[in-house]
Design a protein around this ligand. Structure first.
Ligand SMILES: [Zn+2]
Length: 279
């Protein structure tokens, strides 16, 4: 996917991808029968689908804010092979004309490895910040949960993505709702995990929302099409309904974290059927 840019009031948003990676189709669609989901996306002969890893650069005019940092390049070789990660975020960022040193703020919606991988890179075997001048923000409950290293999801939490930044004071953990910079705020939207954030971007009376893994792709608009990864599937259903009740009438631009083709769109409801129109 090539970089795409839209204006949002006085802000400029650019969707930049870390490339695609492959995931088990069943894991992405949970209890949804394959005969149904394969009408939306074709799996390969190992039942894998290619999904995107979308970040957003927000240029507010005063600051450059990067929402989410993809998978990164620190995975061990075996995992790189399994996920076929492409490690494209920095070259796609370069194409925007913004250098890593010029990023002022990095926001991670949650701390799963495919959302905060480029927070750090290895230099002589030590994880150092990819964005040396940025202040990083992540949900406090995410870090606490990740540090428990529970059987269910410990593979998703790789501490080199965030612990070195916490130790140096470059990352700040926050609770539920906060304004990070004027016009950019975070809200807790539980379901995928207990403490995952959506990132709301507001300027000139317009709103865009990085809803992260609550609605990971345009394939997942149906409230019951919940991923097997989701820790609280019933809350995903309720919170998708709550999201649509705000985002549809207020015409929010919804940003999809894992859609390989549609980084953002306006969700709509026509004759009671959820759909979307491109930005
Ligand atoms: Zn996740």
């Amino acid at each position: 996917m090539k970089n795409q840019t839209v204006a949002l009031g006085d802000f400029e948003l650019t969707a930049i991808t870390d490339g695609t990676y492959v995931a088990d189709g069943g894991a992405f669609f949970g209890v949804v029968p394959k005969v149904m989901w394969q009408k939306k996306v074709q799996p390969d002969d190992m039942n894998r689908i290619a999904v995107g890893c979308n970040s957003v650069l927000v240029r507010t005019g005063k600051q450059n804010v990067l929402i989410e940092t993809g998978i990164g390049n620190k995975l061990e070789e075996k995992k790189k092979k399994i996920f076929q990660s492409q490690e494209k975020l920095l070259e796609n960022l370069h194409a925007t004309g913004i250098a890593p040193e010029e990023i002022h703020v990095v926001i991670n919606s949650h701390l799963h490895f495919d959302h905060c991988g480029w927070n750090t890179v290895y230099k002589n075997g030590v994880a150092v910040p990819t964005f040396p001048n940025a202040k990083y923000y992540a949900p406090e409950g995410e870090w606490k949960h990740g540090s428990l290293q529970l059987e269910r999801d410990r593979v998703s939490y790789i501490s080199d993505n965030y612990d070195p930044l916490l130790r140096s004071g470059q990352m700040q953990l926050l609770g539920g709702t906060a304004e990070i910079v004027p016009g950019i705020s975070v809200e807790a939207w539980p379901g995928h995990t207990r403490n995952m954030w959506a990132v709301l971007i507001r300027s000139g009376g317009k709103t865009a929302c990085y809803i992260s893994d609550l609605i990971p792709t345009t394939w997942h608009l149906d409230v019951t099409w919940v991923m097997a990864y989701d820790l609280f599937p019933l809350e995903v259903i309720e919170n998708r309904k709550k999201y649509y009740a705000r985002a549809i009438p207020e015409e929010w631009l919804t940003i999809f974290t894992h859609d390989p083709k549609v980084p953002w769109a306006y969700i709509n409801k026509v004759e009671n059927k959820l759909g979307f129109k491109p930005a």
